[in-house]
Design a protein around this ligand. Structure first.
Ligand code: LLP
Length: 401
């Protein structure tokens, strides 16, 4: 998606520098072409199986991005009523909405039942009873899956692994089995599926294969207890290349996920990062070049309130100049203006020559970038821009003070 033309960074046919001059910094800028390519690649990889792609809204909830995906027939994975209402208003078919989360409130359950979503991914027995009770009061039948916690170490960052016994998500196989037996007896509940999500930014194919194997054995056990499923929701988690990771291709992923699954079910996938991660960059300007006896800093106008991943996960993001200059390379700590020592985007990072006022692009920030942004230090959130071929437009205005 990114290339330099005459030393200026372009997304497809749009100069990032031109957009920066008009929009001001910091801002996120996304490429529609790449977004569609990612969606198509994943959808195509599963073409042999009945499947629904339920994009994880939390990765990037810009309405224009959701509308593009809705037009392609994409569904969504949601975790709040905010995401539910947004998705439906953007044209996502409620019959393709799955609802996860350990803390669904009564209001959220009510709204999801009224909108007749595809299914609740239930994370505890008390939640099951709550859904049944609310469904009864509304005269509805709630379709449900249990989220199982398959005890798989997906070898990712400890903060984003979710499939281990000590994680708060889902229920272990045995407890979920008890849950299914209880659910069978509830009048306003219809069991339709099984859900799992083993973590995020997974680059280890074997973890997906193991999940698929464990699920297939479990489905046999459920079937023996006369619990029949229509949907197997394998969650999200497919990793992307931020640095030097060896990533799994969509074809390898599809093979691993489907390797052991029975053929007569509809597979649901909940990719977030894979769909949007590499479609976006965060553009920021160097405000000061600060050289001290110990360290050299590029102080930029984006902060951890705009992009929190480096601060909270130590996440690596490539950073490149928007306009290349001739000259020597230097090493820099690239820091934001927030009053926290962790407000650092890169440490000792070698960069081509840069000057005050230059723009930098922080790469692969389409997922969990804007969606995790905040107003910390009373900073307005940045603008968002979408590139469509030769054109670009603001798809969310910069917040005003
Ligand atoms: N499904 C469920 C139930 C999830 O909890 C998540 C992400 C996804 C799908 C999408 O996962 P993905 O395909 O994007 O890996 N803020 C962290 C990532 C947290 C992911 C939370 N759950 C980060 O910036 O790396």
């Amino acid at each position: 998606m990114l290339k330099y033309k005459n030393n200026l960074l372009f997304i497809d046919d749009v100069s990032v520098f031109d957009a920066a001059v008009k929009v001001g910094t910091p801002f996120y800028i996304y490429g529609k072409k790449k977004l569609l390519e990612n969606y198509k690649a994943l959808d195509g990889a599963f073409s042999k199986a009945k499947h629904i792609i339920c994009y994880a809204v939390k990765a990037n909830e810009n309405p224009h991005i959701l509308k593009i995906l809705a037009e392609k027939g994409c569904g969504v994975d949601i975790v709040s009523v905010g995401e539910l209402n947004l998705a439906v208003s953007c044209g996502i078919n409620p019959k393709k909405i799955v609802f996860a989360g350990v803390g669904k409130t009564d209001d959220e359950i009510t709204e999801a039942l009224k909108k007749d979503i595809l299914m609740f991914n239930v994370e505890s027995v008390p939640e099951l009873f709550r859904i049944d009770k609310i469904a009864k009061s509304l005269g509805k039948i709630a379709r449900i899956s249990f989220r199982v916690n398959p005890d798989i170490n997906a070898k990712t960052h400890p903060h984003i692994t979710t499939g281990l016994p000590h994680n708060k998500f889902g229920l272990c196989f045995e407890e979920a089995f008890e849950g299914y037996l209880l659910a069978k007896e509830l009048k306003n509940i219809k069991i339709v599926g099984l859900h799992l999500h083993i973590g995020s930014q997974i680059t280890d194919k074997d973890s997906f294969e193991l999940a698929s194997k464990k699920v297939s054995g479990y489905i046999k056990k459920l079937s023996a207890a006369k619990i029949k499923l229509r949907y197997i929701d394998m969650g999200g988690g497919l990793g992307i290349k931020y640095n030097d990771e060896k990533i799994i291709t969509p074809a390898e992923y599809a093979k691993a996920v489907m390797s052991n699954l029975p053929k007569n079910h509809t597979i649901i996938l909940e990719p977030g990062r894979f769909i949007v991660g590499d479609t976006g960059i965060l553009v920021t300007k160097i405000i000061y070049i600060k050289k001290t006896s110990k360290k050299n800093f590029l102080i930029v106008d984006a902060g951890m309130n705009d992009l929190v991943r480096p601060a909270i996960y130590g996440a690596y993001h490539d950073i490149i100049p928007v306009a290349l200059r001739e000259g020597e390379k230097h090493n820099w700590d690239i820091a934001g203006p927030i009053c926290e020592s962790s407000d650092i985007f890169a440490k000792d990072r070698q960069m081509p020559k840069v000057s005050e006022g230059d723009c930098l692009a922080i790469l692969c920030t389409g997922a969990y970038g804007y969606s995790m942004s905040s107003n910390y230090n009373m900073r307005p959130r940045p603008a968002e821009v979408l590139v469509e071929g030769k054109k670009w437009r603001v798809i969310r205005c910069r917040e005003k003070l």
